[in-house]
Design a protein around this ligand. Structure first.
Ligand code: GLU
Length: 272
């Protein structure tokens, strides 16, 4: 049976781009008689707010979207992410990284505006240097040694229902963070663990997250998890061709509703 999910972060109210993503996943499941799940990606306790969780559920109901089973809230499952980190640690593919954002920006050559690829500075620290820094109480993130991990798994690919077979290229992202200094997990880790725990068979999300899939595929192989299909869908843009984004205060579904837009009109605007 096909199982899809919508996995928003409650850092603001939903906008039209979210409506598209949610409708896309929901329709994929419902058209096939499958299951549609809702997951709240709230590991970032500083930025996520409970009122937005309630807002997300309200907006989805208003759009006519229903979900199966309980809503999974990532903040309630740090033990699952910890267990996953322990497994990676046991096979020697994790290392502590003490770099600050400024260190990374200085050391990395990043195309303007793009996230810098981590240059691997702390990968080269000796076990002794690591121990000393940890003992002095220095804060650290845990990074995946992608090269070592990829050597272990060998070549990987995945099926993208929009693109066909895609060869995984996890090295292009550098050594990603799997546990942050302030949060004992990261997006990549939590998504991979949760999609498997929730039995998701088709991961749908916007194409701006396409690159992340290279890492998720690698993590799945390391954990020996079932491999879902993916479908990276188009990114909805506003009248000026810009993607909707919370930080630009994109008009929210709540605001649209209050201004008199109906749910049917939103579905049409999103193309459903
Ligand atoms: N939580 C992510 C976001 O809001 C989506 C995660 C995913 O679909 O993999 O952008």
């Amino acid at each position: 049976m096909i199982v899809t999910r919508f996995a928003p972060s409650p850092t603001g109210r939903l906008h039209l781009g979210h409506a598209y993503s949610a409708l896309f996943a929901w329709r994929k499941a419902r058209d096939a008689g499958g299951k549609f799940l809702l997951r709240i990606e709230d590991i970032d306790r500083g930025r996520c707010r409970d009122e937005f969780v309630a807002g997300i559920e309200e907006d989805l109901r208003w759009l006519g979207i229903d979900w199966d089973g309980d809503v999974r809230r990532q903040s309630e499952h740090f033990a699952d992410y910890r267990a996953a980190l322990d497994r990676l640690d046991a096979i020697g593919v994790l290392y502590p990284c003490f770099c600050t954002r400024a260190d990374i920006a200085r050391a990395a050559s990043a195309p303007h505006g793009a996230d810098p690829v981590y240059p691997g500075t702390c990968r080269h620290l000796s076990a002794e240097a690591r121990r000393q820094r940890i003992e002095t109480g220095a804060a650290y993130a845990l990074r995946l040694d992608v090269e070592r991990a990829f050597e272990r798994t060998g070549p990987l690919d995945w099926i993208d229902e929009g693109l066909g077979t895609v060869e995984a290229d996890p090295l292009s992202l550098g050594d990603v963070v799997l546990a942050r200094k302030d949060t004992p997990a990261s997006y990549h880790l939590a998504v991979t663990v949760d999609d498997a725990i929730q039995g998701v068979t088709l991961v749908t999300r916007a194409s701006d997250l396409f690159a992340a899939t290279h890492i998720h595929r690698l993590l799945q192989a390391l954990f020996d998890l079932p491999v879902p299909h993916w479908h990276h869908h188009k990114l909805l843009t506003d009248d000026t061709g810009k993607r909707f984004a919370k930080r630009d205060r994109a008009v929210t579904l709540q605001e649209m509703r209050e201004a008199g837009t109906t749910a049917a009109e939103v579905r049409t605007l999103a193309g459903f």
